[in-house]
Design a binder for this molecule. Sequence first.
Ligand code: KG4
Ligand code: ZN
Length: 337
Amino acid sequence: AQVPTMLGLESSCDDTAAAILHGRTILSNVVLRQDDLHAAFGGVVPEIAARAHAEKIDIAVERALDEAGRDLSQIDAIAVTAGPGLIGGVLAGVMCAKGLAAATGKPLIGVNHLAGHALTPRLTDDVAFPYLMLLVSGGHCQFLRVDGPDSFVRLGGTIDDAPGEAFDKVARLLALPQPGGPSVETCAEQGRPTIALPRPLMDRPGCDLSFSGLKTAVLRARDDAVDRDGGLRESIRADLCASFQSAVRDVLAEKARRALAACPDATAFAVAGGVAANGAIREALQDVADRAGIPFLAPPLALCTDNAAMIAWAGAERLFLGLTDDLTLAARPRWPL
Ligand code: KG4
Ligand code: ZN
């Protein structure tokens, strides 16, 4: 077919997802979340995640087909996240995809989860290679130059925590609800960035980032404020949020500037991941793109956080290049781009 109909599967973390794409049209995009299963443990428990993926992946596929009004015979190829991620979950997806490919005789395509995120701007916008991509979420933080569907150059990334993780930890330190990103952003609106916090790795050349020291600095500033006050005044909490958010914004913007300088032929600057939902951060990144004279692309959040439409799309890009896999496709816990 000229315009392929793709089934995509994603199960590398805590969302079981399936989607149907016809060309760039999203016919369905099902995400079955597991938050409630992991909530009591304060993080994703791999064993629980693997079991839930194995139980839910067939349901996700059925629902995706159903919502799309398609049956399996109308699917041209099956794309699945083959890594990196929690191996039990990745295996559940890969085994399901292999079963479907064997049963239908349709091509099987293993997709790198990060490539799925990195190619999403081409699903939602007309963007040509190469472009600069910033993945910025609770689990990822890296700058990629995207040269083709199978060609990525990592320009830099975090050497410790991801920024979303730092937002979540700072929220915990300040007794704000999880996920921390939105609650810290809301609290910051009531405050001013008056508390001096470090801008980690700013004076080091290159595009690497660090967020764990920033989180520790917030802890220290909080304790100083509590000592002086005997309690954490609401205004101080808001100032801490505003100061932390400004620090994250400043380092992301400066490193983005450098990453763009390192790829002068970039046609666009795109962001993906939960942290890109932050208004202040988004504005600063948009400004970096504006100054470089290139479009700033931020796909809708449902396509920026973990989903299977991005995997189906990355699969379509690979199918177009003839990059298919056979039934020996392996699930890989680690898989650098
Ligand atoms: O992309 P995502 O949904 O999931 C993965 O991490 O894979 O990102 C979630 C992360 C969480 O750490 C959350 O606190 C952060 O994105 N986040 C935000 C905002 N909304 C979500 N961080 C800063 N500001 C926000 N408005
Ligand atoms: Zn992801």
